[in-house]
Ligand binder design. Structure first.
Ligand SMILES: NC(=O)c1ccc[n+]([C@@H]2O[C@H](COP(=O)([O-])OP(=O)(O)OC[C@H]3O[C@@H](n4cnc5c(N)ncnc54)[C@H](OP(=O)(O)O)[C@@H]3O)[C@@H](O)[C@H]2O)c1
Length: 302
């Protein structure tokens, strides 16, 4: 029996939202999946109107603007509204209604100076505007909403939207050079693994802050090389340092520790490479490599 009757998933057509929606629907949850124009998290009035109409008993917020450069543009207030203000609006309503809020955050809240994986106890120290908005949203959501669960993750790959792994495959296929920094190390994470653990956490009634990523760590360069190997394409892999890869400052260490979910819930995440093999086998070949629409490589998010 599903634990909740009416689950509102915001951003359900995004990279993570695609997996969250599929996992919750497989677990027989009744889902409310609004179009952005019907439920814009930056529009307080509209959110209230929507909630009054649908009365969800759980909100899962998969919305976000994950393009780091877009967040960096000070003249564009949209990323700040979605990443920082939107979660606060949702936290306020969830508190008033007494319902749980699940919100997602990022390893970009850290400066990357630490030598090992970041834990939930490490204080945020963002070095770019995306990281700042995410860190401020985490703090606001956790302090405003007693039933909030904030799940931090890193470098997602999965079906539904362009991501770093799919971008590498597409670029190799159309013969474009693939820029990859060897000096930036991430916790590459499969959206379905993250969605399954998030659903388990929801069903356990977890609240507070948890890091959820696949095991192991890898540089963008080695990740790109492994994608090329798995899809069987040559690809022109160009090693570029972090400061060339992005105009916005990129933390060199984006690796998260999962010791807390292991300790509190006995969750053991599988290695990113095993998960990547599954993604390539089940989705990347058919979604990207067999697709006709391969000439335009969209920008991947973080
Ligand atoms: N991607 C990563 O590697 C990564 C890593 C760590 C953390 N995260 C976090 O995971 C969450 C989901 O990211 P993602 O990669 O799935 O992003 P995504 O693929 O860009 O999806 C974001 C979704 O949010 C929707 N959205 C944007 N603005 C909205 C608004 N004002 N109101 C309602 N919905 C709105 C988007 O709609 P459209 O369909 O119109 O675009 C899209 O469906 C974010 O909190 C992000 O910070 C992502």
């Amino acid at each position: 029996m599903p634990k909740y009757k009416n689950v509102l998933v915001i951003g359900s057509r995004g990279l993570l939202g695609t997996a969250v929606t599929r996992v919750l629907s497989d677990r027989r949850y009744r889902l409310i999946l609004p179009e952005n124009e019907d439920m814009d998290v930056t529009d307080q009035e509209q959110v209230l109107e929507f909630l009054r109409h649908h009365w969800p008993d759980l909100i899962v917020n998969c919305s976000g603007v994950t393009d780091i450069e877009e967040n960096e543009d000070e003249k564009d207030i949209w990323p700040e509204l979605v990443n920082r203000y939107g979660p606060l609006v949702l936290a306020g309503f969830c508190t008033d209604l007494g319902i749980p809020l699940v919100h997602f955050s990022s390893s970009f809240v850290f400066d990357g100076e630490k030598s090992g994986p970041y834990t939930e106890d490490d204080p945020p120290s963002p070095v770019n505007r995306y990281g700042l908005f995410k860190a401020e949203a985490d703090e606001a959501v956790l302090s405003e909403c007693p039933r909030a669960l904030v799940v931090r993750t890193s470098c997602l790959f999965g079906p539904g939207r362009t991501n770093y792994a799919s971008l590498v495959a597409r670029k190799a296929q159309v013969g474009e050079p693939i820029e990859a920094p060897p000096d930036v190390v991430v916790s590459a994470t499969y959206t379905f693994d993250l969605a399954e653990v998030t659903a388990d956490l929801i069903e356990s009634g977890a609240t507070g802050l948890y890091h959820v990523v696949n095991a192991g760590s890898v540089s963008y360069y080695d990740l790109a090389a492994r994608v090329l190997e798995l899809v069987g394409l040559e690809g022109e892999l160009v090693p570029v340092p972090a400061e060339i890869f992005r105009k916005a400052k990129t933390p060199l260490n984006l690796v998260l520790s999962t010791a807390k979910i292991e300790r509190d819930f006995g969750v053991a995440m599988r290695h990113w490479d095993e998960a990547l093999q599954e993604y390539v086998r089940d989705y990347l070949h058919s979604d990207i490599l067999l697709s006709d629409d391969i000439t335009e490589a969209e920008a991947a998010g973080e």
